[in-house]
Design a protein around this ligand. Structure first.
Ligand code: MOS
Length: 705
């Protein structure tokens, strides 16, 4: 690792999590843990049909059950603002507003009771009658309902085109034209979504599991027709998010509704099954990639056409082609997305939304092209390094992908690789290695930080950041200490309270770069303010900085993190089992604040990539319109036994477009991992797997050459 650190430089130093002890001793309180004296519990009742209307909700019998406080449903729930959402109306927030059932697992009621068990018993006893309507839940690459996706203010550009793709393909000596598919995938954060809501002193207060307390509060205020400042959201500890807790999810809406109607403190915790249908997931994708190249591998054409599904209440497009806009130079480029509305739960952002499935398709196709050209897959990529971002024509603030290849290849021992497939044995295992590249944006967004010098010599820094396990609290402590020119032991970081002022969420790998800039500005300003003071008054001295204007002036350049991923696999010729024996990733991620937490982020992302490659698939039942495996018995994720030691490193990546130099490391870790594994499976077996996950039945079914 090339990070430099010394005793006087908190940024760049290895630091264990500042809240680590609180977490392992159970002192850290999550959204379902915070005690309240007058608490009532809400249990959501979800539709059992995939499409239709609620005919009747028979509340009387449930209302007389022990402990039941009431039943909320579309007949008695408060009306919500239909335009509320982040940047655009969000139909997933319009809960209990009418009798429509858009998909199985949609909330149709909430049973409130004194205890969780009573609420659950009431929910299970509640009889809901439906009028069923025809439904469609089956995604396919040639679904007749697919139509071109419209650009959205919150999504990356969904199309790009330059040059004549068809003409370049016709005149290319080598063409790869393949369809790659990825299934529905679920975040399954350890902590199920939970919210506790109450009215206090004229304000709606929530403790909620989310990835951004400020924006969550603002959206809830809008949803409930309240003044922006009359909603407060706190999220001090959050047990994983990965996009599933990005802003408002149904637990918060249901808890706030019930608190408003019943004037009680209401807690709503989703069950694991409910998390599957109510909090987003990664849409299945079908991606046709066409690459045209000269014999020497120089790309003439790249065509990436991706299809995905969405629900009938929200148009979410999985931007699988986004990465293709910033990877390789070619004479012609086309990126297009299509989407089909089905009676399925609403898909959402999930770790590296777009890039995760997109990199599987693009980087598998690049591997196929390398084989077709007789080129080493790294050499093929190096030959197609662009001078500017292919999608926009704008320069990169920094890139360093080639440096990642060189460093990763050297660490992995790539130079001695025999390119031939299907020839290495280790007992009953066929052995292979593969590599892939990846990219994810390194954008900066707005934040507000307040730095306070306390009379006892300590400093308190407040910023509405979210620590969903990634280590934001620790990294921001280091950033604050650096700017204050004091040790981290003198800094107390308070986060995840919407009252701290505007701040972007923990998503899109924005967090550390965005909050870190605000913390740097506030802490630096405070240090200068107090420099000449003889002492700090008893009330302390505070400096508050909002970076919105500074960030706006920074614009939206092509700023991206890059990855080189390497995998070694063993494939059991008799069972078809794929074991990953080694994973290695080398990254260009700008300045690294904390090598320990960044390593964990990258290893976590690569573990996700392994799980995506080999295990994960949400399966819809075409007969009933429900998900077959909406639980952790049926939805397989990698366990410890599936995951080998994972090596990560990073290259020097000086990029001061954001003055902190931080690009973000939250999502890049997963990008390219699945392709590297799939490419290694080809190298081991000689069989190309273009459908994820690569399960034993598929390996045996496709044969081993
Ligand atoms: Mo990340 S999926 O943008 O929370």
């Amino acid at each position: 690792m090339t990070t430099t650190a010394n005793a006087t430089s908190p940024v760049g130093a290895v630091r264990t999590r500042v809240e680590g002890r609180a977490k392992v001793t159970g002192a850290a309180l999550y959204a379902a843990d915070v005690p309240y004296a007058d608490l009532v519990h809400g249990w959501a009742v979800l539709s059992t049909i995939p499409h239709g209307r609620v005919h009747t909700v028979s509340t009387a019998a449930v209302e007389s059950m022990p402990g039941v406080v009431g039943v909320l449903h579309h007949g008695n729930a408060p009306r919500l603002n239909p335009t509320a959402g982040w940047g655009a109306p969000d139909g997933t927030l319009q809960i209990l507003q009418d009798d429509q059932v858009p998909h199985a697992g949609w909330p149709v009621a909430l049973v409130l009771a004194d205890t969780l068990e009573q609420a659950r018993a009431g929910a299970e006893a509640l009889v809901v009658a439906y009028d069923e309507e025809p439904f469609g839940v089956t995604f396919a690459h040639d679904h007749p309902g697919l139509r071109t996706a419209t650009e959205s203010p919150l999504a990356p550009p969904l199309s790009a085109e330059h040059g004549d793709v068809e003409q370049e393909l016709v005149t290319s000596a080598v063409v790869v034209d393949q369809l790659y598919t990825t299934p529905g995938e679920h975040h399954v954060a350890i902590e199920p979504h939970a919210a506790t809501a109450r009215w206090a002193d004229g304000r709606l207060e929530l403790v909620d599991a989310n990835q951004g307390s400020f924006l969550t509060a603002r959206i809830l205020a809008d949803l409930f027709f309240l003044d922006p400042d009359s909603v407060r959201v706190r999220s001090e500890h959050v047990g994983g998010g990965f996009g599933s807790k990005a802003l408002v999810r149904p637990q918060a809406v249901l808890a706030a509704m019930a608190a408003t109607v019943f004037r009680r403190t209401v807690r709503v915790v989703l069950s694991r099954r409910q998390v599957f249908t109510l909090t987003g997931y990664r849409s299945p994708t079908a991606q046709r990639i066409r690459l045209g190249a000269d014999r020497d591998g120089r790309l003439r054409a790249i065509d990436h056409q991706s299809s995905s599904q969405t629900s009938t209440v929200l148009e979410f497009v999985e931007p699988a082609g986004a990465m293709t806009r910033v990877m390789y130079g070619s004479d012609a480029l086309r990126v297009k997305h299509k989407v089909v509305r089905l009676n399925v739960p609403s898909p959402r952002w999930m770790r590296a939304p777009g890039e995760a499935p997109g990199s599987f398709a693009l980087e598998s196709a690049m591997d196929e092209l390398a084989v077709a050209c007789g080129l080493d897959p790294i050499e093929l990529r190096v030959r197609n390094e662009p001078t500017v971002a292919p999608g926009s024509g704008l320069p990169f603030t920094s890139r360093n992908l080639v440096a990642c290849f060189r460093e990763g290849a050297q660490r992995f021992g790539w130079a001695t690789r025999d390119p031939r497939s299907g020839i290495r044995r280790d007992g009953r295992w066929l052995m292979g290695t593969g590599m892939a590249a990846g990219s994810y944006p390194g954008d900066t967004s707005f934040a507000t930080a307040t730095a306070t010098a306390e009379p006892d010599g300590g400093f308190t820094v407040r910023v509405a950041a979210a620590d969903i396990g990634q280590g934001a609290r620790t990294a921001l402590t280091q950033i604050a200490a650096q700017a204050l020119e004091v040790g981290t032991d003198r800094v107390r970081l308070l986060i995840a309270d919407s009252d701290f002022g505007p701040a972007i969420l923990a998503g899109h790998s924005w967090g550390t770069a965005s909050w870190g800039l605000a913390v740097t500005r506030a802490a630096t300003s405070l240090r200068k303010t107090i420099a000449d003071l003889p002492s700090i008054p008893a009330t302390g001295i505070s400096v508050k900085v909002d970076t919105a204007k500074e960030v706006e002036a920074m614009g939206h350049p092509e700023r991206h993190a890059y990855a080189a991923q390497f995998a070694e696999v063993a494939v059991d010729v008799s069972t078809g089992e794929v074991r990953v024996r080694r994973l290695l990733g080398t990254f260009a991620i700008g300045r690294v604040v904390n090598p320990l937490t960044v390593s964990s982020q990258l290893i976590g992302g690569m573990t996700w990539g392994l799980s995506m490659a080999l295990h994960e698939a949400g399966v819809m039942d075409p007969a009933f319109g429900t998900q077959v495996n909406a639980d952790l018995a049926g939805y397989h994720i990698a366990t410890h036994a599936d995951v080998p030691p994972i090596e990560v490193s990073w290259v020097d990546d000086e990029d001061l477009h954001n003055p902190t130099g931080i690009k973000g490391a939250g999502e890049i870790g997963i990008v390219g991992t699945a392709a590297a594994i799939a490419n290694a499976v080809w190298h081991a077996t000689g069989v190309r797997h273009r459908a994820l996950p690569i399960t034993p039945d598929r390996v045996l079914g496709r044969g081993i050459s």
